[in-house]
Design a protein around this ligand. Structure first.
Ligand SMILES: [Zn+2]
Length: 355
């Protein structure tokens, strides 16, 4: 079942397509599961109109940092007496996915005024980014599964829907004939002033992408992928995709303390300062890139320390090319080598202790 269908089915009332949230008249719910205040909604509409009319005002919204979680910490709580142990396990699996693949740190709320609260409520829904208060991630019965929870957490981290990206027309075609006009507004593109994709390419495999028949009136396709091979892929992500993970790593500057490196292809520098590359497995979408790290420091040192033959404790090579790189002189120029090729670089015995 596609992500949008699961969310739609979990909405128990017939208002799931409407703009009004059943929780509060000052809240809007759009695209099935995005909560925003009425003021935010109006401001967004205005930004969209301005852009359509050629005005490009830079606004400080999600694009800026005001909705990010400071220090990458996201306090959360789970409403007591609401979820079964199976539900709670799904929530924890989704949280662990974010904790593992990004530098975000979800941890139980300890008095913070801004936090996420997993609760039963208005269908399945979440605000975009940090609101500054205790903000709900509403999980109605049908939404208490990992992929949907991962998706709703994505909104709270700062993600919009993939199919509403400002550049989506290059990748999908919306089919208005199959969409009731009353709900067509759910396919508006985000104003460019409100979204920063950090250069991450459009992603058919994103957990934030709705399926082919979202909001369909007749069961016909409403989101046609321009690359037909992805028509049955959209909306089916089992969890975070490679580009979902990459976006969070860039948005939250996860490699901020690493030395600069260029990663091959679409690769990016992970929080462990190693290049991460995509796989073909949606259940395990990320792997360490293969091959030589590209060193971008400009040191002129050419000394080539002889590989050490001693190995003790954690002092060992963690890449089979360490010896080769060491002989080529990378030990003195690459922080990667100091961390992952300690043996070949002869940096054992606590001589180097980088984080
Ligand atoms: Zn959503």
């Amino acid at each position: 079942m596609s992500i949008d269908k699961a969310i739609e089915d979990a909405n128990e009332n017939s208002m799931s397509h409407d703009l009004v949230s059943s929780e509060s008249s000052s809240l809007v719910r759009k695209e099935l599961d995005i909560l925003m205040t009425l003021d935010e909604f109006i401001a967004e509409e205005k930004a969209r109109m301005d852009e359509k009319m050629g005005k490009r005002k830079k606004r400080k919204a999600i694009r800026g940092t005001s909705r990010r979680w400071p220090n990458n910490i996201i306090p959360y709580e789970i409403a007591p007496g609401t979820f079964s142990s199976a539900n709670t396990a799904e929530i924890n699996t989704a949280i662990n996915e974010w904790n593992t693949q990004t530098c975000l740190v979800f941890r139980l709320r300890n008095g913070e005024s801004a936090a996420i609260r997993f609760q039963n409520g208005d269908g399945c829904s979440s605000f975009i980014g940090r609101t500054g208060n205790v903000q709900p991630i509403n999980l109605a019965n049908g939404c208490r599964i990992r992929r949907i929870i991962t998706h709703e957490i994505g909104h709270a981290v700062g993600y919009w829907h993939e199919q509403s990206r400002p550049d989506r027309d290059g990748f999908v075609q919306i089919v208005p004939e199959n969409i009731p006009s009353a709900v067509l507004f759910n396919f508006e593109k985000q104003p460019t002033s409100q979204v920063n994709n950090f250069g991450v390419a459009y992603d058919y495999r994103s957990v934030m992408h709705y399926g082919a028949r979202a909001f369909s009136n007749s069961g016909g396709i409403t989101v046609r992928t321009l690359d037909a091979s992805f028509q049955n892929i959209i909306g089916t992500a089992p969890g975070l995709s490679f580009r979902d993970i990459k976006l969070a790593n860039l948005m939250y500057n996860c490699a901020g303390s690493c030395s600069a490196q260029s990663c091959p292809g679409e690769g990016f520098l992970g929080k462990d300062c190693r290049c991460k590359c995509p796989t073909n497995d949606p259940n395990n979408p990320i792997q360490n890139c293969l091959g030589t790290p590209v060193v971008t420091t400009t040191s002129q040192t050419t000394a080539s320390p002889a590989p050490s033959t001693t190995s003790s404790g954690d002092c060992e090579d963690m890449n089979r090319f360490c010896g080769f790189w060491a002989r080529a002189g990378f030990c003195s120029r690459s922080r990667y080598m100091m961390m992952y090729c300690k043996q070949s670089c002869n940096k054992c015995n606590g001589m180097i202790n980088l984080p």
